[in-house]
Design a binder for this molecule. Sequence first.
Ligand SMILES: *[C@@H]1O[C@H](CO)[C@@H](O)[C@H](O)[C@H]1NC(C)=O
Ligand SMILES: *[C@@H]1O[C@H](CO)[C@@H](O)[C@H](O)[C@H]1NC(C)=O
Ligand SMILES: *[C@@H]1O[C@H](CO)[C@@H](O)[C@H](O)[C@H]1NC(C)=O
Ligand SMILES: *[C@@H]1O[C@H](CO)[C@@H](O)[C@H](O)[C@H]1NC(C)=O
Ligand SMILES: *[C@@H]1O[C@H](CO)[C@@H](O)[C@H](O)[C@H]1NC(C)=O
Ligand SMILES: *[C@@H]1O[C@H](CO)[C@@H](O)[C@H](O)[C@H]1NC(C)=O
Ligand SMILES: *[C@@H]1O[C@H](CO)[C@@H](O)[C@H](O)[C@H]1NC(C)=O
Ligand SMILES: *[C@@H]1O[C@H](CO)[C@@H](O)[C@H](O)[C@H]1NC(C)=O
Ligand SMILES: *[C@@H]1O[C@H](CO)[C@@H](O)[C@H](O)[C@H]1NC(C)=O
Ligand SMILES: *[C@@H]1O[C@H](CO)[C@@H](O)[C@H](O)[C@H]1NC(C)=O
Ligand SMILES: *[C@@H]1O[C@H](CO)[C@@H](O)[C@H](O)[C@H]1NC(C)=O
Length: 406
Amino acid sequence: MLHAMAIITYLLPAVALASTALAQCSNSATTTITASADASALASCTTYSGSVAIPTDLTDPTDSNGHNALSVSGVEKITGNLTVTNAVNLASLTFNDLKSIGGFELGALTVLSTLSFPQLASLTSLNFTALAALQDLSFGDTGVPQANSILITNTGLSSLMGLTNLQQVTTFNINNNPSLQNISLQVTNIQGALNIEANDGYVSGLQTSFPKLETAKNMTFRNCSSVMLPALANVTQDLGFYGNTMQSFAAPNLTTTGGLIFVDNTDLTNISLPELTSVNASYQIANNTMLKQINGFQKLAIIGGALDFNGNFTDVALPALTQVKGAFNMQSSGTLDCSAFDTYNTNKVIKGNYVCKGSLSKPGGANTKPSSAAATSSSAAQPLNVNIPTAMGGTSILAGLLQLLL
Ligand SMILES: *[C@@H]1O[C@H](CO)[C@@H](O)[C@H](O)[C@H]1NC(C)=O
Ligand SMILES: *[C@@H]1O[C@H](CO)[C@@H](O)[C@H](O)[C@H]1NC(C)=O
Ligand SMILES: *[C@@H]1O[C@H](CO)[C@@H](O)[C@H](O)[C@H]1NC(C)=O
Ligand SMILES: *[C@@H]1O[C@H](CO)[C@@H](O)[C@H](O)[C@H]1NC(C)=O
Ligand SMILES: *[C@@H]1O[C@H](CO)[C@@H](O)[C@H](O)[C@H]1NC(C)=O
Ligand SMILES: *[C@@H]1O[C@H](CO)[C@@H](O)[C@H](O)[C@H]1NC(C)=O
Ligand SMILES: *[C@@H]1O[C@H](CO)[C@@H](O)[C@H](O)[C@H]1NC(C)=O
Ligand SMILES: *[C@@H]1O[C@H](CO)[C@@H](O)[C@H](O)[C@H]1NC(C)=O
Ligand SMILES: *[C@@H]1O[C@H](CO)[C@@H](O)[C@H](O)[C@H]1NC(C)=O
Ligand SMILES: *[C@@H]1O[C@H](CO)[C@@H](O)[C@H](O)[C@H]1NC(C)=O
Ligand SMILES: *[C@@H]1O[C@H](CO)[C@@H](O)[C@H](O)[C@H]1NC(C)=O
């Protein structure tokens, strides 16, 4: 009898009846329990070894809206998962004494508006999906300091209060939460992927801040109004910014990254990475329409992949560059002085296919042929120091492409 996963249905008001189904405090296979009494039996277990699930159909009486409330006291630890999915009438979920759980999965709870776990301080993973009515997370005073994986998608949350003190996390994915205003974490190292995307319903945008984050593996920021990474020193894979609305981005302590990407950040005017010395994969800057000056990389020496800049800029400075292992593509609709890059090309600093051209009507990415220069005004159409490799034929493009992929 030590092998059953308990499924608990419990509704307010509490009815303290004895239950045979949950008389033991250790289960690891599936048991379905649908009466209030089953949860009061769980309450006698300080530690519950096994997983707890709440099924879709709550059989106890509902309030006048047809909504249910579920409240459990007594149990402090659930060693397995707590899973509640598709309980479409569940409006309130409370575990008064729960301090520790394994996985915490809430999914498709369309009317859940109250979530109260006032003691919760430990969980392995959190997966909250499709919780449109949920506006607040209420965890213990200290919040949850540690988790392997956090996924929050499609909720009504306006803040991640219960996660503010998160100090260790492996993967962190927060997407499509239209009311979210602020993400601020105390984490120092993110060993897996961070992804923040499409949380852009709030009028002034989502502000993100990671004041202590020093090292990360792979990070993607989309649709944020600010990204603060003051302590970030190294990123092993990619650091990417897409469709954000911040006006400036600075990472004063960043020394190395894998790839570095800035695409479609429509308000961005200033990128400042004063300590960056190497981008070990490719470096892409594209379609940041307000970015006119790209000169915040005074120490950047090595680009391990391609350099691929296109946009509307007029001023690019890469004074410390010693090696670009892949292609070099720089195309702008603004006027551009390519002489410094021509010299890098001549001196073999650039190993791959080389293109640098300004005053283009349609500046394109690596391996696009620069479109003919805009002819709208004579000043904008000044010939520039264009240096396209003599052979723009198939082999050269292919070589550039191969180097791009290295
Ligand atoms: C808890 O959920 C996770 C993720 O869904 C799963 O990998 C794990 O096996 C579950 N653990 C138990 C004890 O059911
Ligand atoms: C999160 O939960 C949803 C259902 O609620 C499931 O489809 C999804 O696979 C889970 N994701 C992870 C990473 O556990
Ligand atoms: C964001 O949240 C953190 C932690 O809760 C708080 O300290 C900070 O003031 C908030 N920032 C804004 C702009 O609301
Ligand atoms: C940036 O690096 C310097 C030197 O290593 C360090 O003293 C400083 O505290 C770092 N800044 C932050 C915000 O961590
Ligand atoms: C970041 O990388 C640099 C260069 O590889 C190294 O000197 C430094 O110790 C690293 N910093 C952290 C916080 O890992
Ligand atoms: C980037 O490459 C440099 C030089 O090869 C190396 O010292 C550094 O550790 C690499 N950084 C990362 C984050 O992989
Ligand atoms: C790593 O980051 C890049 C750039 O932000 C992103 O395109 C990619 O999907 C990320 N990979 C993973 C596994 O998260
Ligand atoms: C969010 O960012 C993506 C780029 O990743 C962009 O295509 C999209 O338009 C942005 N959404 C809004 C509302 O700005
Ligand atoms: C760009 O940002 C950096 C860091 O915040 C700042 O020092 C610099 O003055 C800014 N440059 C411009 C042109 O605003
Ligand atoms: C930049 O914008 C152009 C024109 O809309 C588009 O064709 C191109 O794919 C965009 N580049 C990137 C890297 O998103
Ligand atoms: C370039 O910037 C100017 C303003 O400085 C703007 O009028 C123009 O539309 C931009 N062109 C492109 C292709 O973004």
